[in-house]
Design a binder for this molecule. Sequence first.
Ligand SMILES: Cc1ncc(COP(=O)(O)O)c(C=O)c1O
Ligand SMILES: N[C@@H](CCCC[NH3+])C(=O)O
Length: 414
Amino acid sequence: MSFNFQQNRLFAESKSLSEIANEFGTPCYVYSRAAFESQLAQYHQGLEGHDGLICYAVKACSNIAILNILAKKGAGFDIVSIGELQRVITAGGDPKKVVFSGVAKEYHEIQYALEVGIHCFNVESPDEIDLINQVASDLNTIAPISLRVNPDVDAKTHPYISTGLKDNKFGVDIKSAASVYERAATLKNIKIKGVDCHIGSQLTDVTPFMDALDRVLALVDELSAKGIEIEHLDLGGGIGVDYQGETPPNIPAYIQSVRKKIEGRNLSLIFEPGRSISANSGVLLTKVQFLKPNDHKNFAIIDAGMNDLIRPSLYSAWQNIQLIEPSNAPVKTWDLVGPICETGDFLGKERKLALEQNSVVAVMGSGAYGFTMASNYNTRNKPCEVLVDGDTVHLIGKRQTFEQQIENEQLIQE
Ligand SMILES: Cc1ncc(COP(=O)(O)O)c(C=O)c1O
Ligand SMILES: N[C@@H](CCCC[NH3+])C(=O)O
């Protein structure tokens, strides 16, 4: 029972979103604790009885209160920067359950990750292996690594969020992976642990995952023949969600089919889900400021813009928009546009809604890549974030202030 209607009023668990909008103002991200926990539980259910880790992709929704809730339920974390690692540690997450992805890890980031003792580095290039080996040698330690391989499969998702094609910057071409492993095996401060693969995001069909897995398993066999034994497979994230009637794969069933494919092999499993845990665990509340109907198009100007939620502008992503209270206004077709001085600043186009001035709407499916991609464009303060737990509301992220925005800026002295 995450987001649900009760007598035509939209609720987060047992709390009405109108009450939240009144108390905290808009724009405001609202998350459901139960939703986060039940999505994570699906992954744990799929993995039950098999060795492995569910490493939530912090970039999807990184508020420390959320990370803390997931950590308490046993999650590990997939991070891509020292900042994300600091978030995990601040939130009480276990560094031993952290995998470090990303194409551009820096010396100080690798150093910190080694000092806190992360589970594994997901390495994306031969040069990076050398740097990790160097840092580990400087610290007189051994760095556990997986190589992120690019299996050249088409994830059949939006080109901007497809990562497993040979045209994408991520990972190492699977054809040259064996030689990269062979070289890594000669390095004194490197310990080879796994093979890593993440082919894209918002996949609604498991076929590309399974094709990638076949290629990864062929590599595992090739490595084994060369005397390099792989302990774990990290199959990344990427499971899609229902934004507009999509039918995403059933999570436990997906993991079961992976387990079936690796039967008889001594391989533990890591998954790095982001969107499938957080997208439908959050909404963005925004209020109609003005209505600007005209002859050929009706604009509803809302108080959230592309700086608060960039997905519609950046990927032409479609997210459902719903009134949180019943309305007596006539239903019309509206473009919901924000306050930013950009033509591409919209959260939804051609939506049939009974809008009036001060109506509050919820942009559904905003829990992933929502707040984490928010910016200060047009010097707008980032919105607040609240977490609903049953009928209790916690403010987990205060609305940013102008003073916070400019605190690192200074006038020149003349
Ligand atoms: C390496 C890596 N792991 C995990 C994720 C999480 O992906 P998703 O949110 O699609 O589950 C991403 C983002 O696509 C990623 O780049
Ligand atoms: N930010 C993207 C997903 C990127 C996934 C990260 N590799 C989205 O909102 O759909």
